[in-house]
Design a protein around this ligand. Structure first.
Ligand code: AMP
Length: 321
Protein backbone atom coordinates (compact mmCIF):
# COMPACT_ATOMS: atom_id res chain seq x y z
CA UNK A 1 0.00 0.00 0.00
CA UNK A 2 1.45 3.36 -1.01
CA UNK A 3 2.21 5.85 1.73
CA UNK A 4 2.10 9.62 1.40
CA UNK A 5 4.25 11.28 -1.26
CA UNK A 6 7.50 12.62 0.20
CA UNK A 7 8.17 16.35 0.11
CA UNK A 8 10.81 17.04 -2.57
CA UNK A 9 13.29 19.74 -1.56
CA UNK A 10 15.88 20.99 -4.06
CA UNK A 11 17.27 23.99 -2.20
CA UNK A 12 19.89 23.42 0.49
CA UNK A 13 18.65 26.31 2.63
CA UNK A 14 15.11 24.92 2.56
CA UNK A 15 16.47 21.50 3.47
CA UNK A 16 18.34 22.84 6.48
CA UNK A 17 15.31 24.90 7.54
CA UNK A 18 13.11 21.78 7.46
CA UNK A 19 15.60 19.74 9.51
CA UNK A 20 16.01 22.44 12.12
CA UNK A 21 12.25 22.89 12.43
CA UNK A 22 11.81 19.15 12.98
CA UNK A 23 14.65 18.94 15.47
CA UNK A 24 13.21 21.84 17.41
CA UNK A 25 10.08 19.69 17.79
CA UNK A 26 12.25 16.94 19.28
CA UNK A 27 12.17 14.69 16.21
CA UNK A 28 15.19 12.62 15.21
CA UNK A 29 16.23 12.44 11.56
CA UNK A 30 17.55 9.41 9.71
CA UNK A 31 19.42 10.07 6.47
CA UNK A 32 20.00 7.79 3.48
CA UNK A 33 22.30 9.33 0.84
CA UNK A 34 21.92 7.81 -2.63
CA UNK A 35 22.62 8.54 -6.28
CA UNK A 36 19.12 7.40 -7.25
CA UNK A 37 17.88 4.68 -9.60
CA UNK A 38 16.83 2.97 -6.43
CA UNK A 39 16.73 -0.78 -5.90
CA UNK A 40 16.07 -3.09 -2.97
CA UNK A 41 19.51 -2.32 -1.49
CA UNK A 42 18.58 1.34 -1.07
CA UNK A 43 15.06 0.45 0.09
CA UNK A 44 16.51 -1.79 2.81
CA UNK A 45 18.58 1.16 4.08
CA UNK A 46 15.39 3.22 4.34
CA UNK A 47 13.53 0.41 6.13
CA UNK A 48 16.39 0.10 8.63
CA UNK A 49 16.52 3.87 9.11
CA UNK A 50 12.94 3.65 10.38
CA UNK A 51 14.26 1.59 13.32
CA UNK A 52 16.58 4.40 14.37
CA UNK A 53 14.76 7.70 13.82
CA UNK A 54 11.39 9.44 13.70
CA UNK A 55 11.76 11.00 10.26
CA UNK A 56 13.57 9.93 7.10
CA UNK A 57 15.40 12.03 4.52
CA UNK A 58 16.67 10.34 1.35
CA UNK A 59 19.00 12.32 -0.88
CA UNK A 60 19.14 11.64 -4.60
CA UNK A 61 22.19 13.31 -6.08
CA UNK A 62 24.70 12.01 -8.60
CA UNK A 63 27.85 13.58 -7.20
CA UNK A 64 30.13 14.71 -10.03
CA UNK A 65 32.93 15.11 -7.50
CA UNK A 66 33.49 11.37 -7.26
CA UNK A 67 33.72 10.70 -11.00
CA UNK A 68 36.88 11.30 -12.99
CA UNK A 69 36.48 12.65 -16.55
CA UNK A 70 36.84 9.14 -18.05
CA UNK A 71 34.14 7.57 -15.85
CA UNK A 72 30.42 6.96 -16.33
CA UNK A 73 28.88 10.15 -14.88
CA UNK A 74 26.99 11.01 -18.08
CA UNK A 75 25.51 7.50 -18.41
CA UNK A 76 24.66 6.98 -14.74
CA UNK A 77 21.02 5.76 -14.80
CA UNK A 78 18.19 7.83 -13.36
CA UNK A 79 14.44 7.51 -12.90
CA UNK A 80 13.31 10.15 -10.44
CA UNK A 81 9.57 9.42 -10.66
CA UNK A 82 10.19 5.69 -10.33
CA UNK A 83 12.37 6.37 -7.28
CA UNK A 84 9.59 8.38 -5.60
CA UNK A 85 7.12 5.55 -6.21
CA UNK A 86 9.50 2.98 -4.72
CA UNK A 87 9.98 5.15 -1.64
CA UNK A 88 6.20 5.55 -1.30
CA UNK A 89 5.78 1.76 -1.27
CA UNK A 90 7.91 1.43 1.88
CA UNK A 91 5.87 1.10 5.09
CA UNK A 92 6.20 4.48 6.78
CA UNK A 93 7.51 5.99 3.52
CA UNK A 94 10.01 8.81 3.65
CA UNK A 95 9.43 12.38 4.74
CA UNK A 96 11.74 14.29 2.42
CA UNK A 97 13.61 13.56 -0.78
CA UNK A 98 16.49 16.02 -1.02
CA UNK A 99 17.24 16.41 -4.72
CA UNK A 100 19.70 19.27 -5.29
CA UNK A 101 20.64 20.23 -8.85
CA UNK A 102 24.24 21.11 -8.16
CA UNK A 103 25.93 21.12 -4.77
CA UNK A 104 29.06 22.81 -6.13
CA UNK A 105 27.45 25.95 -7.56
CA UNK A 106 27.65 28.79 -5.08
CA UNK A 107 26.31 31.41 -7.46
CA UNK A 108 27.93 34.81 -7.89
CA UNK A 109 28.44 35.20 -4.14
CA UNK A 110 31.50 33.11 -3.32
CA UNK A 111 30.75 33.24 0.39
CA UNK A 112 28.31 30.43 -0.31
CA UNK A 113 25.33 32.34 1.05
CA UNK A 114 23.40 32.14 -2.21
CA UNK A 115 21.17 29.20 -3.10
CA UNK A 116 22.86 26.89 -5.57
CA UNK A 117 19.92 26.97 -7.95
CA UNK A 118 20.81 30.43 -9.24
CA UNK A 119 22.72 29.07 -12.21
CA UNK A 120 20.70 25.86 -12.42
CA UNK A 121 21.84 22.88 -14.44
CA UNK A 122 23.32 19.62 -13.29
CA UNK A 123 27.02 19.12 -13.85
CA UNK A 124 27.40 16.47 -16.52
CA UNK A 125 30.13 14.81 -18.43
CA UNK A 126 33.29 15.74 -16.58
CA UNK A 127 34.64 15.41 -13.05
CA UNK A 128 33.85 18.24 -10.71
CA UNK A 129 37.52 19.14 -10.46
CA UNK A 130 37.54 20.54 -13.96
CA UNK A 131 33.92 21.74 -13.74
CA UNK A 132 34.51 23.67 -10.57
CA UNK A 133 37.88 25.02 -11.52
CA UNK A 134 36.54 26.11 -14.91
CA UNK A 135 33.29 27.49 -13.55
CA UNK A 136 34.92 29.90 -11.13
CA UNK A 137 32.28 29.14 -8.52
CA UNK A 138 35.06 28.85 -6.02
CA UNK A 139 34.87 25.35 -4.60
CA UNK A 140 38.35 24.48 -3.40
CA UNK A 141 37.83 22.66 -0.12
CA UNK A 142 38.08 18.89 -0.07
CA UNK A 143 37.74 16.33 2.69
CA UNK A 144 40.29 13.53 2.58
CA UNK A 145 40.52 10.46 4.77
CA UNK A 146 44.18 9.99 4.09
CA UNK A 147 44.87 6.31 4.70
CA UNK A 148 41.50 4.64 4.23
CA UNK A 149 41.03 6.36 0.86
CA UNK A 150 44.16 4.69 -0.52
CA UNK A 151 44.14 1.23 -2.04
CA UNK A 152 41.33 -0.80 -3.60
CA UNK A 153 38.77 1.59 -5.15
CA UNK A 154 41.01 4.55 -4.25
CA UNK A 155 43.77 3.16 -6.41
CA UNK A 156 41.82 2.77 -9.63
CA UNK A 157 39.54 5.77 -8.94
CA UNK A 158 41.95 8.42 -7.61
CA UNK A 159 39.41 11.23 -6.96
CA UNK A 160 36.62 8.94 -5.81
CA UNK A 161 36.90 9.02 -2.02
CA UNK A 162 37.83 12.68 -1.95
CA UNK A 163 34.58 13.33 -3.82
CA UNK A 164 32.54 11.00 -1.59
CA UNK A 165 33.95 12.36 1.67
CA UNK A 166 33.43 15.95 0.53
CA UNK A 167 29.86 15.53 -0.67
CA UNK A 168 28.83 13.46 2.36
CA UNK A 169 30.28 16.18 4.62
CA UNK A 170 28.28 18.78 2.69
CA UNK A 171 25.12 16.66 2.91
CA UNK A 172 25.63 16.11 6.64
CA UNK A 173 25.97 19.87 7.13
CA UNK A 174 22.82 20.54 5.12
CA UNK A 175 20.58 17.73 6.41
CA UNK A 176 21.98 17.65 9.97
CA UNK A 177 20.79 14.09 10.61
CA UNK A 178 21.05 12.08 13.83
CA UNK A 179 21.63 8.79 12.03
CA UNK A 180 23.03 8.02 8.57
CA UNK A 181 22.73 4.70 6.76
CA UNK A 182 25.39 3.28 4.44
CA UNK A 183 25.54 -0.07 2.66
CA UNK A 184 28.38 -2.48 3.30
CA UNK A 185 28.34 -3.22 -0.41
CA UNK A 186 30.56 -0.13 -0.65
CA UNK A 187 32.67 -1.38 2.24
CA UNK A 188 35.59 1.02 1.84
CA UNK A 189 33.17 3.94 1.50
CA UNK A 190 31.37 2.91 4.71
CA UNK A 191 34.68 2.79 6.61
CA UNK A 192 35.78 6.16 5.13
CA UNK A 193 32.53 7.78 6.28
CA UNK A 194 32.73 6.21 9.75
CA UNK A 195 36.24 7.59 10.13
CA UNK A 196 35.44 11.09 8.91
CA UNK A 197 32.47 11.29 11.28
CA UNK A 198 34.73 10.32 14.16
CA UNK A 199 37.69 12.48 13.15
CA UNK A 200 35.61 15.61 12.40
CA UNK A 201 33.34 15.21 15.45
CA UNK A 202 30.05 14.97 13.60
CA UNK A 203 27.27 14.13 16.03
CA UNK A 204 25.88 11.46 13.70
CA UNK A 205 25.55 7.72 14.22
CA UNK A 206 26.72 5.88 11.10
CA UNK A 207 25.09 2.49 10.56
CA UNK A 208 26.39 -0.08 8.08
CA UNK A 209 23.76 -2.27 6.46
CA UNK A 210 24.31 -5.76 5.01
CA UNK A 211 24.61 -6.30 1.25
CA UNK A 212 21.31 -6.98 -0.51
CA UNK A 213 21.60 -9.50 -3.35
CA UNK A 214 19.44 -10.81 -6.16
CA UNK A 215 18.28 -14.42 -5.72
CA UNK A 216 21.19 -15.64 -7.82
CA UNK A 217 23.70 -13.89 -5.55
CA UNK A 218 24.59 -10.83 -7.64
CA UNK A 219 24.89 -7.78 -5.38
CA UNK A 220 22.23 -5.23 -6.28
CA UNK A 221 23.64 -2.14 -7.98
CA UNK A 222 22.23 0.67 -10.08
CA UNK A 223 24.93 -0.18 -12.64
CA UNK A 224 23.60 -3.74 -13.18
CA UNK A 225 21.10 -2.28 -15.67
CA UNK A 226 24.00 -1.74 -18.10
CA UNK A 227 24.97 -5.45 -18.11
CA UNK A 228 23.98 -7.53 -21.14
CA UNK A 229 22.26 -10.84 -20.24
CA UNK A 230 25.57 -12.63 -20.96
CA UNK A 231 27.60 -10.22 -18.81
CA UNK A 232 25.08 -10.55 -16.02
CA UNK A 233 25.66 -14.33 -16.02
CA UNK A 234 29.42 -13.77 -16.05
CA UNK A 235 29.12 -11.38 -13.12
CA UNK A 236 27.74 -14.16 -10.91
CA UNK A 237 31.35 -15.41 -10.76
CA UNK A 238 32.13 -12.66 -8.23
CA UNK A 239 29.76 -13.78 -5.51
CA UNK A 240 30.20 -17.47 -6.26
CA UNK A 241 34.00 -17.33 -6.04
CA UNK A 242 33.86 -15.20 -2.90
CA UNK A 243 31.63 -17.83 -1.30
CA UNK A 244 34.08 -20.55 -2.33
CA UNK A 245 36.94 -18.53 -0.86
CA UNK A 246 35.09 -18.13 2.42
CA UNK A 247 34.35 -21.85 2.64
CA UNK A 248 38.00 -22.61 1.85
CA UNK A 249 39.12 -20.20 4.58
CA UNK A 250 36.72 -21.81 7.05
CA UNK A 251 38.29 -25.17 6.20
CA UNK A 252 41.72 -23.81 7.10
CA UNK A 253 43.02 -22.42 3.80
CA UNK A 254 44.02 -19.06 5.23
CA UNK A 255 46.76 -18.10 2.79
CA UNK A 256 45.47 -14.91 1.18
CA UNK A 257 47.49 -15.18 -2.02
CA UNK A 258 45.90 -18.58 -2.72
CA UNK A 259 42.42 -17.26 -1.96
CA UNK A 260 42.96 -14.20 -4.15
CA UNK A 261 44.16 -16.45 -6.99
CA UNK A 262 41.06 -18.59 -6.63
CA UNK A 263 38.74 -15.59 -7.02
CA UNK A 264 40.78 -13.88 -9.76
CA UNK A 265 40.92 -17.07 -11.84
CA UNK A 266 37.17 -17.73 -11.47
CA UNK A 267 36.24 -14.21 -12.57
CA UNK A 268 38.68 -14.27 -15.50
CA UNK A 269 37.45 -17.66 -16.65
CA UNK A 270 33.87 -16.34 -16.58
CA UNK A 271 34.90 -13.47 -18.90
CA UNK A 272 35.45 -10.64 -16.41
CA UNK A 273 38.52 -8.44 -15.91
CA UNK A 274 39.62 -8.13 -12.30
CA UNK A 275 40.47 -4.62 -11.13
CA UNK A 276 41.44 -5.82 -7.65
CA UNK A 277 40.84 -8.79 -5.36
CA UNK A 278 42.11 -7.86 -1.90
CA UNK A 279 41.79 -9.42 1.53
CA UNK A 280 42.03 -6.66 4.11
CA UNK A 281 41.54 -6.09 7.82
CA UNK A 282 37.91 -5.04 8.43
CA UNK A 283 38.84 -1.88 10.33
CA UNK A 284 42.12 -0.59 8.91
CA UNK A 285 41.53 -2.00 5.40
CA UNK A 286 45.22 -2.97 5.32
CA UNK A 287 46.02 -6.03 3.23
CA UNK A 288 46.79 -9.19 5.19
CA UNK A 289 48.77 -12.23 4.08
CA UNK A 290 47.06 -14.76 6.29
CA UNK A 291 43.61 -14.74 7.86
CA UNK A 292 44.06 -14.60 11.61
CA UNK A 293 41.46 -11.91 12.48
CA UNK A 294 38.22 -10.63 10.91
CA UNK A 295 38.86 -9.67 7.30
CA UNK A 296 36.83 -8.60 4.32
CA UNK A 297 37.50 -9.94 0.85
CA UNK A 298 36.87 -7.03 -1.55
CA UNK A 299 36.60 -7.36 -5.31
CA UNK A 300 36.14 -4.99 -8.24
CA UNK A 301 35.79 -6.38 -11.73
CA UNK A 302 34.86 -5.21 -15.20
CA UNK A 303 32.27 -6.93 -17.36
CA UNK A 304 32.45 -5.06 -20.65
CA UNK A 305 32.18 -1.38 -19.74
CA UNK A 306 30.54 -2.04 -16.37
CA UNK A 307 32.65 -2.02 -13.23
CA UNK A 308 31.08 -3.92 -10.32
CA UNK A 309 32.21 -4.17 -6.71
CA UNK A 310 31.33 -6.74 -4.09
CA UNK A 311 32.80 -8.13 -0.90
CA UNK A 312 32.46 -10.78 1.76
CA UNK A 313 33.31 -10.57 5.43
CA UNK A 314 35.23 -13.57 6.75
CA UNK A 315 35.38 -14.12 10.50
CA UNK A 316 36.97 -17.39 11.59
CA UNK A 317 35.98 -18.51 15.05
CA UNK A 318 38.68 -20.16 17.18
CA UNK A 319 38.35 -23.85 16.57
CA UNK A 320 37.41 -23.45 12.90
CA UNK A 321 41.01 -24.01 11.91
P1 AMP B 1 24.51 4.56 -4.42
O1 AMP B 1 23.20 5.07 -4.89
O2 AMP B 1 25.07 3.46 -5.28
O3 AMP B 1 25.50 5.66 -4.14
O4 AMP B 1 24.24 3.86 -3.03
C1 AMP B 1 23.64 4.56 -1.97
C2 AMP B 1 23.75 3.73 -0.73
O5 AMP B 1 23.13 2.46 -0.93
C3 AMP B 1 25.21 3.43 -0.34
O6 AMP B 1 25.35 3.50 1.07
C4 AMP B 1 25.41 2.02 -0.85
O7 AMP B 1 26.40 1.31 -0.15
C5 AMP B 1 24.03 1.44 -0.59
N1 AMP B 1 23.83 0.26 -1.44
C6 AMP B 1 23.92 0.19 -2.78
N2 AMP B 1 23.72 -1.08 -3.21
C7 AMP B 1 23.50 -1.82 -2.10
C8 AMP B 1 23.25 -3.21 -1.87
N3 AMP B 1 23.18 -4.10 -2.87
N4 AMP B 1 23.09 -3.63 -0.59
C9 AMP B 1 23.18 -2.75 0.43
N5 AMP B 1 23.41 -1.43 0.28
C10 AMP B 1 23.58 -0.97 -0.96
Amino acid sequence: MATKEPEVITDKHEMRKWSRAMRSQGKTIGFVPTMGYLHEGHITLVREAHNHSDLIVVSIYVNPGQFSPTEDLSTYPSDFRGDIEKLMAIPGGVDVVFHPHNLYDYGPNLSGDNGFESKGGKLKGAGVVSCVEDSGFGHETWVRVENLEKGMCGESRPVFFRGVATVVTKLFNIVEPDVAMFGKKDYQQWRVIQRLVRDLDFSIKVIGSEIVRHNDGLAMSSRNVHLSPEQRQQALSINRSLLRARIAAEKGHVNCQELRDLVTKAIQEAGGKVDYAEIVDQESLRAVEEITSPVVFCVAAWFGKVRLIDNMEICLRNGDL
